[in-house]
Design a binder for this molecule. Structure first.
Ligand code: ATP
Ligand code: MG
Ligand code: MG
Ligand code: MG
Length: 442
């Protein structure tokens, strides 16, 4: 039974509370800090709201999209045997001293002191905590391996210049997976398996991406790849050559001494391009860099030898992916979402028609209930019930919010047989459909 509470009425949704976008481009650009298109659109449409510099509240529309993205990530991580956990946010200084990162991470760590004068940091990444977690478990045997633990939690980094909203925040959601293997060989198999899961995930999201060889930074290890969305606002530079196949972060080329040209072709044939990228994911093979100092070991098959785990760690910037995909797809005036994570799928606009307006609204409600019931679209269908506004005026808002499909209920929707006007938001293509066609289409 579809019930009233599954209906979503625009007039009661927390979206665009009269905070209309300034009309001129100059006016829009004046907004302090709103320096990229996706950030502006997300602020103007109440997807996020700033709490402090580099910290953002995620509002209902943003959270619906974020939760859908998290579901996709869960599917892919659990598809390769990942088990979800939630580690503490606070990490004791002593563990970060053991890894040598308390000093190495420098000012990026948010540090705090408890009443007993013990120091902690707010976790920016969790290699120390997860390695200690495994070190504290006695009797892990080779038979238990590989172990794959992941979490999707808030991470904290005191970024020098937080910028572009969720793209570079001082707190943000990250998916971090940690893997524990018995040998280098199996650890590298796990590494490939996780990269394949990342490829599947990014294919499903549908925004074009590149995978490049990456620098290892303070995480350490000696094999690493990064996933990037190519975009002008990206803060990384990636080097790509179709001819020789080189794909690498410029930082890595600089570290390796491979600049000025990372291309392996003779200069006359090189087609190396430098592009700006947004780093949306990062994979590392760590070896025993953490297991060794933390004494995280397993019992080998001989029943007596204790061996250091071979580890890998794999990050995804969840809130960064959310905004970066909006950045890649949106127009200057309208949000566009990857289909699988759009906050709502369908936006129904019933005609304003004097005393007949109620009939159109009632039809919209019936249609919303039917679609919801038939396609398990609970919460996915939104009715624009602002019956004092013309269809055209409400279409402008629908376009701005960018839900994949609009259904316009005009005169033909009350005729017999009824015809519903379906608009594909991205292509603007309009099709008239009967109820049957509509039901099999969505
Ligand atoms: P960047 O080079 O952009 O500073 P990073 O290399 O320091 O990122 P990692 O330590 O590799 O980041 O963290 C894993 C993932 O977390 C990154 O690939 C990115 O998607 C995301 N991430 C890192 N820093 C931020 C941030 N400040 N805001 C949002 N997401 C972030
Ligand atoms: Mg960083
Ligand atoms: Mg980086
Ligand atoms: Mg990185």
């Amino acid at each position: 039974m579809a019930s009233y509470c599954h209906r979503r009425y625009v007039s009661r949704l927390f979206q665009n509370f009269g905070k209309l976008q300034p009309k001129s481009k100059a006016g829009r650009d004046q907004d302090v800090g709103l320096s990229c298109n996706s950030h502006k659109l997300m602020m103007y449409n109440d997807v996020v709201a700033q709490s402090y510099a580099g910290g953002f509240h995620i509002l209902p529309l943003g959270l619906r999209a974020l939760e859908k993205l998290i579901r996709l990530v869960d599917e892919e991580m659990q598809g390769i045997g990942g088990q979800k956990i939630a580690m503490t946010t606070l990490a004791p200084e002593s563990l970060w001293q053991t890894s040598g990162r308390w000093a190495a991470a420098g000012n990026e760590l948010f540090k705090l002191t408890d009443r007993h004068k013990h120091q902690f940091c707010l976790g920016p990444t969790h290699e120390e905590l997860v390695t200690r977690l495994l070190a504290n478990i006695a009797q892990i045997s080779y038979r238990h391996l590989p172990i794959k633990l992941y979490q999707i939690t808030r991470k904290f980094r005191d970024e020098m210049s937080p910028k572009y909203g969720l793209l570079r925040g001082r707190e943000f959601e990250m998916k971090d997976l940690y893997t524990f293997d018995s040998s280098q060989e199996t650890a590298l198999e796990t590494y490939v398996e996780v990269c394949e899961a990342y490829n599947r995930l990014f294919d499903r999201i549908g925004v074009p991406y590149v995978k490049v060889a990456g620098a290892t930074g303070i995480i350490g290890g000696n094999l690493s790849h990064e996933y990037h969305y190519l975009a002008e606002v990206g803060q990384d530079s990636v080097l790509l050559c179709d001819r020789c196949g080189v794909q690498m972060n410029k930082e890595l080329a600089a570290e390796d001494g491979r600049l000025p040209s990372a291309c392996q072709m003779p200069a006359s044939q090189c087609e190396l391009q430098e592009r700006k990228g947004i780093e949306v994911g990062h994979t590392f093979y760590l070896g025993t860099k953490y297991s060794n100092p933390f004494k995280a070991v397993f019992m080998d098959s001989d029943g007596s030898t204790m061996i250091d785990f071979q580890m890998g760690c794999f990050g995804l910037g969840i809130t960064r992916i959310l905004q970066a995909s909006v950045e890649a797809l949106s127009t200057e005036t309208g949000l566009r979402w990857p289909g699988l994570i759009a906050p709502h799928q369908i936006y129904i606009i019933p005609k304003k028609d004097g005393s007949h307006s109620d009939d159109y609204l009632a039809l919209a409600e019936t249609l919303s209930d039917t679609l919801t019931r038939k396609h398990h679209l609970r919460g996915e269908v939104v009715i624009d019930d602002r019956m004092n506004l013309t269809i055209g005026r409400r279409q402008v808002d629908a376009d701005r919010l960018g839900y994949p499909y609009m259904i316009i209920l005009g005169v033909k929707a009350l005729e017999s047989p009824a015809q519903y006007e379906v608009v594909d938001t991205a292509s603007k293509e309009t099709t008239f459909m009967s109820l049957d066609q509509l039901m099999s289409f969505t």
